[in-house]
Design a protein around this ligand. Structure first.
Ligand SMILES: [Zn+2]
Ligand SMILES: [Zn+2]
Ligand SMILES: [Zn+2]
Ligand SMILES: [Zn+2]
Length: 192
């Protein structure tokens, strides 16, 4: 028991009572998994002791009760790929070698079928029409996380340019807009 209490005390000192710490970066939103999904990613910085939002470059927490001394690291592990540098879409959709999950890398889709027989017409895959056959997130960056460019880390200056919340999140009272259904791109990936 004594050991547990001692450890808890040390941790409290490091974060809370110590009144000093590394500014926490919270990676909001997720990597859009299809070309039809809007990018809603943004970053917020917080005091590690009390959680109050930390203004750009602030050296002291704005919460007077807390007044923790804040330090800003040069970079943060990328929150969208958990520091792995791997494309989250490729992982989530189990995309084999950066191929678009929607069309399997062909860049086209059969327009219709009669029974189970395709009637022969094809159209460009809506999920990868800008880079036919490729993952809509990493595109020609083969399997690399688009946010950290595959490095697994993002420098703090870059993160500070992305602290603006998407307008949708600022107006929670507005009813959500109806998204027109883009059937092929929104279908879940087929299990192999
Ligand atoms: Zn604080
Ligand atoms: Zn990808
Ligand atoms: Zn495709
Ligand atoms: Zn990343």
């Amino acid at each position: 028991m004594k050991k547990i209490f001692a450890l808890a005390a040390v941790m409290a000192f490091a974060v809370g009572c110590g009144r000093t710490g590394t500014v926490a970066a919270v990676f909001k939103g997720t990597t859009p998994a299809t070309s039809a999904t809007k990018d809603q990613r943004w970053i917020s910085f917080h005091c590690p002791a009390c959680g109050r939002a930390a203004a750009d470059g602030a050296k002291t927490c704005a919460n007077k009760e807390c007044a923790a001394k804040l330090t800003w690291p040069a970079d943060y592990p990328c929150g969208y790929c958990a520091g792995s540098g791997d494309c989250p879409t490729c992982k989530m959709m189990s995309q084999d070698g950066n191929k678009c999950y929607n069309c399997g890398g062909s860049g086209t889709m059969a327009l219709g079928t009669v029974g189970s027989v395709p009637i022969g017409r094809t159209l460009p895959c809506p999920n990868c029409k800008d880079n036919p056959g490729l993952c809509p997130t990493c595109k020609t960056q083969k399997g690399k996380c688009d946010f950290c460019k595959g490095g697994g880390k993002v420098d703090v200056a870059t993160l500070k340019t992305k602290t603006e919340a998407p307008t949708e999140e600022k107006k929670p009272e507005a009813p959500p807009e109806k998204q027109p259904e883009k059937a092929p791109a929104e279908k879940p990936p087929e299990k192999k």
